[in-house]
Design a protein around this ligand. Structure first.
Ligand SMILES: NC(=O)c1ccc[n+]([C@@H]2O[C@H](COP(=O)([O-])OP(=O)(O)OC[C@H]3O[C@@H](n4cnc5c(N)ncnc54)[C@H](OP(=O)(O)O)[C@@H]3O)[C@@H](O)[C@H]2O)c1
Length: 330
């Protein structure tokens, strides 16, 4: 990609899209086209087609999607399947019609079978049953990945898909109804601190193992792949896609303790009290733990030369600073 290459970034205001925008701008790309949802509804096939025909971008990042946590996924399977399939199919097909050189499709590790062997390799796609609470979303994502691979196979296009692990970062969703675990913890500890309650109740028993990646690391990986690699470089028997993760796992309990150490950093710095006295964590074991372990195998990404830079404590500190600056609780 040349610095003046015309790049369409779909979903530029989301967690992932905004991080990709920052990464592209830092690297000096100057010709980035964006449209808000209101300006271009990606569900509208005619509008998408006309946009691509008029703008003729050379490169596309597809980071627009209907996204939500476990509650939203299991309550609204129609929206998660229908909207995500339509958005993906409209954009990928229009990109082909307009002769786009290269496309980067954002998938998710929820595409993998519920009982996939850990760490999860790309080849485990479609080797078992999906997690039922998000199978609608996963099926939409799988369809778009397969469509990209099909275009590559049938028409020799250069469409890559990435499967990021759990993400967090600047501009995250802190709505307790539909946020992911890490931003929900930031909000809960923050609210406990400002209200002086100094106690939080968290779901499950804290034992599940999870992996997290700071959104700017994901964005740098995605831009790196777009710049340096082709679909053929990430091709394997299950398709043209690649995992993106930190490769590091920790328990939910360790995550909670890390978030607490960031939110209560000043109090703990005084050094005359224990973290548990500063804020007590109660585990509500009547609530589900979810799958016991979920970790991506990122050996393919490492082999291609990318390693994330931002550690968990540093990333949570950046996210909490953004949370404080933006006042997401309003
Ligand atoms: N967040 C994670 O932990 C995570 C993990 C793995 C993979 N991913 C993947 O990364 C991608 C982006 O996720 P995200 O977390 O950044 O989501 P997000 O913060 O909810 O952002 C989604 C973006 O999509 C846009 N959008 C939704 N429907 C649209 C439509 N019909 N027309 C035009 N734009 C539309 C939204 O625009 P408006 O703001 O204008 O509505 C928003 O900018 C998704 O494919 C997701 O599967 C995310």
């Amino acid at each position: 990609m040349n610095e003046d290459a015309k790049i369409y970034l779909a979903g530029h205001r989301g967690l992932v899209g905004s991080a990709i925008l920052r990464s592209l701008q830092i690297k000096g790309y100057t010709n980035i086209i964006t449209r808000t949802h209101a300006e271009l509804d990606l569900l509208n096939q005619d509008a998408v087609h006309s946009f691509f025909t008029t703008e003729k971008p050379g490169y596309v990042f597809l980071a627009a999607a209907k996204v939500g946590g476990i509650g939203a996924n299991s309550t609204y399977p129609v929206e998660f399947l229908y909207l995500n399939t339509l958005i993906g199919f409209n954009v990928v097909h229009a990109a082909y019609t307009a002769g786009v050189k290269k496309l980067m499709n954002l998938g998710s590790t929820c595409i993998y079978p519920k009982m996939a062997e850990q760490p999860i390799k790309e080849e485990s796609l479609l080797t078992g049953l999906l997690e039922p609470t998000n199978d609608a979303y996963a099926l939409a994502k799988i369809s778009v990945i397969k469509l990209c691979t099909a275009y590559n196979k049938q028409y020799g296009t250069n469409y890559l898909s990435v499967m990021p692990t759990n993400l967090y970062g600047i501009g995250d969703n802190y709505d307790l109804e539909n946020s992911h675990v890490l931003p929900a913890m930031i909000r809960k500890f923050h609210e406990a601190k400002v209200s002086g309650v100094n106690q939080v109740v968290l779901w499950g028993d804290g034992s599940p193992l999870r992996e997290f990646l700071y959104s700017d690391d994901l964005a740098d990986a995605v831009v790196y792949l777009m710049e340096q690699k082709n679909a053929g470089d990430i091709h394997h028997s299950a398709g043209d896609f690649i995992n993106i993760g930190s490769g590091q796992e920790l328990t939910i309990k360790e995550l909670a303790e890390t978030v607490r150490s960031v939110v209560y950093a000043q109090e703990l710095a005084m050094g005359n009290t224990s973290p548990d006295r500063v804020c007590h964590i109660t585990w509500d074991s009547s609530k589900p733990n979810g799958t016991p372990r979920k970790l991506c195998d990122v050996s393919r990404l490492s082999t291609l030369g990318f390693t994330p830079k931002i550690g968990l404590c540093e990333g949570i500190t950046k996210a909490y600073t953004d949370f404080l600056n933006e006042d997401y609780c309003k």
